[in-house]
Write a protein that binds this ligand. Structure first.
Ligand code: ZN
Length: 301
């Protein structure tokens, strides 16, 4: 394989757009389309590999300081498309066999505004710059919310009210850098784009990528869809990550929670890497090496 087109230093919105365009030019098996626009009007992309009656959905970069997960999924798409083109393998699994009758959808950058803010600060906010400056209090690097100060992974309509009460108990009443779930569930354009994608297509299961902790979450309250436990075990074994159950402000409101509750199908949150957010771009090669087998299995299962 030639040198990768995914350059982890090209971390911003335009850099990602260039990388996606380069991948689509290189691989006929890959198609990109726009599923919505962020609060600041940036495109929300979906990338599709294969045509099938059922798709597996990967989504990443829900949180501004977690943009490395976008690079991780683009890197995987590149290797998958290359393997499909050359009849190659990934982690010993033949890509053409793995994708037989199976499609993969990837939304690599769920929160483009938040990622741009965590990289650049108020310059990424346009006319909302003064409001943003008030909310972030000088620390833009750890910004996780979207442009409007809503944490997208608290904004899905799954246990939202109970989560809202826990947010209040933790002193979170309104827009801010992290963990405010919005004034109502699915109030944000990024949340709506993702739920609409799930309603429109037949999605077999979803995997949401975040950073910190090397753990996999697979339950939503009492809900445990058929085959979810077995799949969780396989993903944990392949990655060496631990299985865990979310508690407190990590419980409810998230994409995987909403997907499990709405469709009674498996959904997973994978917390990649360890250290401090944002993880440095230099972590990408090691993260990818560790997770490529798990990513491939998450397509096949
Ligand atoms: Zn996150």
């Amino acid at each position: 394989m030639e040198e990768s087109r995914i350059r982890p230093v090209e971390y911003d919105y335009l850099g990602y757009r260039r990388q996606i365009e380069a991948l689509c030019r290189a691989y006929g098996s890959l198609q990109s389309y726009v599923i919505g626009r962020s609060a600041a009007g940036r495109d929300l992309w979906a990338l599709r590999v294969g045509r099938a009656s059922e798709y597996v959905l990967f989504a990443a970069a829900f949180h501004g300081s977690e943009r490395i997960t976008c690079s991780l999924l683009l890197r995987f798409l590149e290797e998958l498309c290359e393997a499909l083109q050359t009849d190659g393998e990934i982690a010993g699994l033949r890509a053409r066999n793995a994708m037989f009758g199976r499609g993969l959808l990837v939304v690599p950058l769920v929160n483009p505004d938040g990622c741009e803010i965590a990289l650049r600060g108020s310059i990424a906010c346009g006319r909302q710059a003064p409001e943003f400056a008030r909310l972030c209090r000088g620390d833009f690097r750890h910004w996780n919310a979207n442009l409007r100060g809503v944490d997208l992974n608290h904004n899905f309509d799954a246990g939202w009210q109970a989560l809202r009460e826990r947010e209040r108990a933790a002193g979170i009443y309104g827009p801010g850098p992290t963990r405010f779930g919005g004034f109502r569930p699915e109030s944000e354009p990024e949340t709506v784009a993702l739920t609409r994608l799930c309603w429109n297509g037949r999605i077999r299961h979803v995997v949401a990528f975040h950073t910190q902790g090397e753990v996999i979450y697979w339950t939503a309250g009492e809900k445990q869809p058929a085959r979810a436990a077995k799949m969780a075990e396989i993903l944990a074994t392949a990655s060496g990550y631990a299985l865990d159950v979310p508690v407190g402000l990590a419980e409810g409101g998230g994409f995987k929670d909403w997907f499990i509750e709405t469709f009674d199908r498996p959904g997973f949150t994978v917390e990649v890497g360890r250290g401090e957010n944002p993880l440095p771009a230099s972590d990408l090669p090691a993260l990818y090496d560790r997770l490529r087998e798990m990513l491939m299995l998450a397509v096949i299962l």
